[in-house]
Design a protein around this ligand. Structure first.
Ligand code: GLN
Ligand code: ZN
Length: 758
């Protein structure tokens, strides 16, 4: 059976592309040197797949920054403010991705957004009314030729025209319909250019069709491809979908002149039943996405072979494929020298997945696969099950009762109690948690990790930092203080390290955006808290002042969403386990005198399922109760805060209110405050701190500016419910600008307090 890879990681096993790009940005190397690194990486990636025996090896899956941005540039979707800079092609591209500030001008970067529900971010292309879409680049052809010169016939990968138009931001009056002819022409031209080269297969990535599609979407899709494929010659076209099933458009897809259809069997819950119900045309090839491109667990060969057999029995022509691009998993396990074999044998990163493809492909052709050693070895892993259970955790979870999800007394009552003893002024001021992680803070941490300083020394340094932060916050006159989070590298890894059931890797980097990579921890088994995590730091900070210091935790949904999840238990069960672990921390903080506790859920909104009909049943119905389980055990006088990075939760406001926090802070300064209208309309009960200034930029906001923002907020939110705080944590900011900004923020709060009195 033939095998196909949707896309391969591109940043480099040693993050070579990241480091070369950063050097290029700093002017330490030239464009040619950067391009040489890129070329070398592409060659290596093609070779790895060739040696592994993959039949459909992708090309043009490489990117200097982001694949969607590549597609936009290829089609000439470049806003004028970038072309006006008159930079080289590469630098124009980087200006769009990262912004440009130099002798030729000063232009901000394009916006960045989550790539569907992955932790990867893409650059949002902008379509201006004056943009004329046309074929402007040569990247896909060059990368195809480059592989061909090395003797490998690849399958060039292109972002499909539908997905590209779907993900663009339209800055003028035009809509996607206005670009139909132009973009169809570009894609048709690309097909014929490949045809001239003798290319056998082309892959169009169309993940946008797994979303909810209405009649207009479907018509547009069909119309678009009718045009693109009108004069299609010998090149075979694979329409590749991923991240879900194509229930809204399956019937059209199988009727259209595609030669191959790539379907996701891992996340596509209805993929199998769609094929069952509507059949799969004999003349087309099904690229069956059965090897999970998004998670790091080994494939269950027995299960996969059963799928393949069922398809074969129906006479379907099948190519075995990854479910999506492998860019969402790390390169290889060879680098994980710190992980014991007993763990590693259960994992498959990108390169190990190539082996799986090959092995399963072969087994699928065998008459007695169960006799093959590779099959038996795989079976032995799944037959016994992993040694990862913790009976105490399971018992505890099974004993959780309905009432454990409910905090009493109800919020209105708690509010009265908290107001009375909290002694906070109207419009209380606070920050979101972290203070600038300056060079000395990072140095202290890495020195400790390398064993150059003792734990004592490491802690003392942080304690000094905390003391200075507390003194400074008191001086400025903030009402609710924070300890500054100097001890944390990352808001998830930090907690994961103190939870049993978690595993950590050395080099398992995954691209998050551009040159940024993350190293998600792995949830290996049942999760519980080993010992108190943050208590010492919070208690120390509180001991220095009479003002309340917020305890600072990451919530269970965010911890889960930013880890590699288990596949043997449900998301609900995993999140609930983490919730119980964090609940222990909440109760310990309270016991030790912490009166306000913030539980961050930065990633709650972003992991909503792609289809609206799944939002509640498959996510919110247990994610929200899990959050309540974390804090339901505290006394009425303990105030629970939560924080979210986006204000884009207009459509799930009741669910957010149902988290039953006393206060929520969120990013709002860059949005138009429409969210506040919705909060009012929905009778949102939680007190709110919409960020009054943008922390993503070093700019210092003036007192007037913040006052004005607050006055606007007051027209939508009752005075006794409004908090005053920045957008998000301050860890990426410099000390100087942070201080100035907070001083202005406190002054603005004072100003509206006095206007309130008069
Ligand atoms: N408490 C965290 C901080 O201030 C929150 C970070 C986040 O929301 N991403 O850094
Ligand atoms: Zn945030």
């Amino acid at each position: 059976m033939q095998t196909s890879v949707v896309g391969f990681p591109r940043i480099g096993a040693e993050r070579e592309l990241k480091f070369a790009s950063e050097k290029y940005f700093k002017g330490e190397i030239g464009a040619n040197e950067l391009k040489a690194v890129a070329k070398d990486l592409r060659a290596r990636h093609v070779d790895i797949q060739r040696v592994a025996g993959i039949d459909f090896i992708p090309s043009n899956d490489f990117s200097f920054y982001d694949g969607l941005l590549d597609a936009a540039c290829l089609c000439g979707i470049i806003p004028e403010r970038y072309t006006e800079l008159e930079l080289s092609e590469l630098d124009t591209y980087f200006a769009m991705a990262r912004g440009y500030q130099g002798e030729k001008g000063d232009v901000k970067a394009l916006a960045m957004k989550k790539w569907f529900h992955t932790n990867y971010h893409y650059i949002v292309p902008e379509l201006e009314d004056k943009t004329v879409i046309g074929l402007h680049g040569t990247k896909p052809f060059e990368e195809y030729d480059e592989a061909k010169e090395r003797g490998v016939e690849t399958k060039p990968v292109l972002t499909g025209a539908y997905t590209l138009l779907e993900l663009c931001r339209y800055t003028g009056t035009k809509t996607r319909e206005d670009y139909l002819d132009e973009i169809a022409k570009v894609y048709a031209e690309m097909i014929s250019r490949f045809e001239e080269r003798g290319t056998k297969w082309l892959q169009f990535n169309e993940p946008s069709v797994v979303m909810d599609l209405d009649h207009a979407d479907k018509t547009f899709f069909v119309e678009l491809y009718k045009k693109i494929l009108a004069k299609k010659g010998n090149v075979k076209i694979l329409i590749q979908t991923f991240f879900g099933d194509v229930r809204d458009i399956y019937e059209d897809l199988i009727e259209m002149p595609f030669d191959g259809i790539g379907l996701d069997f891992i996340e596509g819950k209805q993929t199998e039943s769609l094929i069952e119900k509507y059949g799969f045309p004999k003349e087309k090839i099904l690229f069956a996405g059965l090897i999970n491109g998004k998670n790091i667990w080994k494939n269950d060969y027995e299960k996969t072979l059963q799928f393949l057999k069922a398809l074969k029995d129906k006479g379907t022509r099948v190519v075995l494929s990854t479910s999506c691009s492998l860019q969402h998993v790390p390169y290889n396990l060879t680098a994980e020298t710190g992980l014991a074999e007993e763990y590693k044998k259960y994992f498959a990163f990108a390169e190990e997945k190539l082996v799986e493809l090959k092995e399963i492909g072969k087994l699928a052709e065998s008459d007695a696969p169960e006799k093959e050693p590779v099959y038996r070895e795989n079976r032995s892993l799944f037959a016994i099950g992993r040694d990862c259970a913790d009976e105490d955790v399971q018992k505890r979870l099974s004993e959780v009762k309905e009432e454990d999800y409910i905090r009493l007394p109800e919020r209105k009552e708690r509010k009265k109690i908290q107001k009375k003893i909290g002694n906070l002024p109207l419009f209380p001021t606070t920050t979101i948690g972290s203070f600038p992680q300056t060079g000395d803070v990072k140095k202290n941490r890495s020195a400790f990790k390398r064993g150059e300083i003792t734990k004592e020394q490491y802690k003392n340094f942080n304690k000094e930092k905390i003391e200075r932060a507390i003194r400074w916050q008191e001086e400025v006159g903030l009402d609710v203080l924070v300890h500054g989070e100097y001890e944390r590298n990352d808001m998830v890894e930090y907690f994961g390290e103190s939870l049993s059931g978690y595993l950590f890797t050395k080099k398992a980097w995954v691209q998050s955006y551009g040159t940024r990579c993350v190293k998600p921890p792995i949830i290996w088994g049942d999760v519980s808290r080993k010992s108190p995590i943050t208590v010492e730091w919070s208690v120390y900070a509180q001991s220095l002042t009479d003002k309340p210091v917020k305890g600072m935790l990451t919530g269970p949904v965010t911890i889960f969403n930013w880890s590699f999840p288990r596949e043997d238990i449900s998301m609900k069960e995993s999140i609930s386990q983490i919730a119980l672990a964090i609940r222990d921390e909440v109760l310990d903080l309270e016991k030790n005198g912490i009166r306000i506790i913030q539980i961050d859920e930065a990633a709650l909104r972003e992991k909503l399922p792609l289809r609206k009909s799944d939002w509640y049943r498959e996510y919110l119905d247990f994610a929200i109760p899990a959050f309540r389980l974390v804090h339901s055990g505290v006394k009425p006088e303990t105030q629970i805060h939560t924080h979210m990075c986006y204000s884009e939760f207009t459509d799930i406001i009741p669910a957010i209110d149902n988290m039953d926090a006393d206060v929520i802070t969120f990013e709002a300064s860059r949005s138009d405050l429409l969210i506040l209208d919705s909060l009012k309309k929905c009778n949102f009960e939680t007190e709110v701190g919409p960020g009054v200034y943008d922390i993503h930029s070093p700019r210092v906001p003036s007192v007037e500016e913040i006052t004005e923002a607050l006055q606007k907020m007051r027209t939508k939110i009752r005075d006794d419910k409004l908090w005053v705080n920045p957008d998000c944590g301050l860890k990426t900011r410099g000390e100087e600008e942070t201080k100035k900004s907070i001083v202005n923020m406190v002054k603005a709060a004072a100003a509206i307090r006095s206007s309130h009195r008069s």
